[in-house]
Design a protein around this ligand. Structure first.
Ligand SMILES: [Zn+2]
Length: 493
């Protein structure tokens, strides 16, 4: 039996976003638990599709003792404030020192955290942890598919396991795989680390593993892993980060140095061969709405408001597509989720059936103006419900007061905390059956596919205003390492 300290500190930082991520964002629960310390951690994360839950479950089967330190995450946004990073670090360090001596450490990290004063949030964290536990104690971490893995992160850990799906339906499973790798290390295996950085960036939209080329690439990872007795990964990275180590990577861990390096090289070559395949069609709001109006069928057509996806750090409150629905007099559409706490509060004060005059959305100042109108309050909710789709499965949502507002035939689901629309439970919470909508507008990029693909007649990617920029050539990168290129521009029809 080993004494394993476990902790989580997760943030995906969009460095092109001005709104910095403060302590409140880490303390407050959203789709995931808020900041939790000590033994309560075990109960808070149990049953959720998150890596630490999968790690705890698997490690328990080996009879190890879990020493829960701290777990916290915040919704993607701008850089983590220096205050929040240092405060969380001081709590984590205190818990770790109290738990010593430990035989191993498991970390649930995102891998794309940038703080105001630290570019490589996880690399710095690992260095500080190493200073406490020393070089000999194994550290294994689970990372997001969108991790920008630096050489420092690889050097300071014994192994990294990474989600294999986008939508991330295997977060818990990635924790389980981390426990298996750690078990090999605790059993005395010495794992060689093979690591390569890919010299181009991949837009979020085309990192989806349900479509090519990543569907086939991820099959290759599993095949090479089986054939070579290695733990391997393709990691597409988080492109909305102007940092030196931004971009995709490949990893392999195994006991045979040459075989492990060969697996990493094979994955590296396979990625390079697909360089121009990471692209697809994008519609303007006007084109998407007129296409949806002209099309008919039983099931909904989904307009993907990808650039305002809170999951990529965006505000989740832009109104470009809403304005277009009004302009083209769409008789029947449902939009979710729009973050507007003031509108939700006004709806709750007025009550179901009342009408309220609102300037809805766009309080971030991004894109089109707020949509001014007289809205009918159709339904109210407290924002507390459990995710039922494969991505948010078992997650206890905490989205603050919610309301369903109607403007003519357009229904808008309003939340008080931003969260990407990736679970049908968000709609059912406000008495909407997504299947029965003619047009569904979702503020998400890819995660919505896990729960909505099967009910969609057609899915259109729409480039409306927002900070989760789809066309990376529009961004002004200044810190990428030499040789890293943006991909070819997407096809805009
Ligand atoms: Zn991710």
């Amino acid at each position: 039996m080993a004494r394993i300290a476990i902790a989580g500190f997760l943030h995906e930082t969009n460095t092109f976003v001005d709104r910095h991520t403060d302590m409140d964002a880490f303390v407050t629960a959203d789709a995931w638990p808020g900041l939790v310390l000590g033994p309560n951690l075990l109960e808070e994360v149990a049953g959720a599709n998150i890596a630490i839950a999968g790690f705890i479950k698997e490690a328990a089967t080996y009879g190890h003792k879990m020493l829960p330190l701290l777990w916290t995450s915040a919704n993607p946004s701008g850089p983590v404030t220096q205050h929040a990073y240092e405060k969380i670090w001081s709590m984590l360090a205190r818990e770790l020192k109290q738990a010593m001596p430990v035989d191993a450490l498991f970390l649930d990290l995102h891998g794309a955290m940038v703080a105001e004063h630290i570019e490589d949030g996880e690399g710095e964290l690992l260095e500080r942890i190493r200073a406490i536990i020393g070089p000999g104690v194994p550290i294994v971490a689970a990372l997001d598919f969108h991790a920008n893995i630096s050489p420092r992160m690889v050097a300071l850990t014994d192994a990294l396991t990474v989600y294999r799906t986008y939508p991330h339906v295997d977060m818990s499973d990635t924790g389980r795989r981390a426990a298996i790798v750690l078990q090999r290390i605790l059993a005395g295996e010495r794992l060689h680390k093979a690591y390569r950085q890919i010299p181009f960036l991949i837009p979020m939209l085309w990192q989806c593993t349900l479509i090519e080329p990543l569907a086939s690439l991820m099959h290759l990872v599993e095949q090479l892993e089986r054939d070579g007795n290695v733990s391997a990964a393709i990691v597409p990275g988080f492109p909305l980060a102007d940092i030196y180590d931004c971009g995709p990577t490949v990893l392999a861990y195994g006991t045979d140095v040459a075989a492990t390096e060969a697996v990493a090289q094979r994955l590296f070559d396979a990625m390079l061969a697909q360089r121009t395949a990471f692209s697809g069609q994008i519609y303007s709001p006007a084109q998407a709405v007129s296409h949806a109006l002209a099309s008919s069928g039983d099931r909904p057509i989904i307009l993907v408001d990808t650039q305002d996806n809170p999951g990529g750090g965006a505000a989740g409150d832009t109104t470009d597509i809403l304005h277009e629905l009004v302009r083209q007099r769409v008789p029947d559409a449902c939009v979710g989720l729009l973050c507007d706490p003031a509108a939700a509060a006004a709806a709750h004060a007025a009550g179901i059936g009342a009408t309220v005059e609102l300037a809805l959305g766009a309080h971030s100042g991004i894109g089109a103006a707020p949509l001014v109108g007289r809205y009918t309050v159709e339904a109210l909710g407290d924002g507390q419900f459990t995710g039922t789709g494969p991505f948010y499965l078992g997650c206890r949502m905490n989205l603050g007061p919610m309301a369903r507002l109607r403007l003519d035939g357009i229904q808008i689901l309003v939340a008080s905390h931003k969260q990407q629309a990736a679970d049908q439970a968000m709609f059912r919470h406000l008495d909407i059956d997504p299947m029965r909508q003619r047009i569904l507008v979702l503020k998400s990029s890819v995660h919505f596919r896990a729960d909505f693909s099967q009910l969609a007649r057609e899915i259109l990617i729409v480039a409306a205003s927002g900070e989760n920029v789809a066309d990376l050539t529009q961004l002004r990168y200044q810190k990428l390492r030499p040789g890293v290129a943006c991909p070819v521009q997407d096809t805009c029809i």
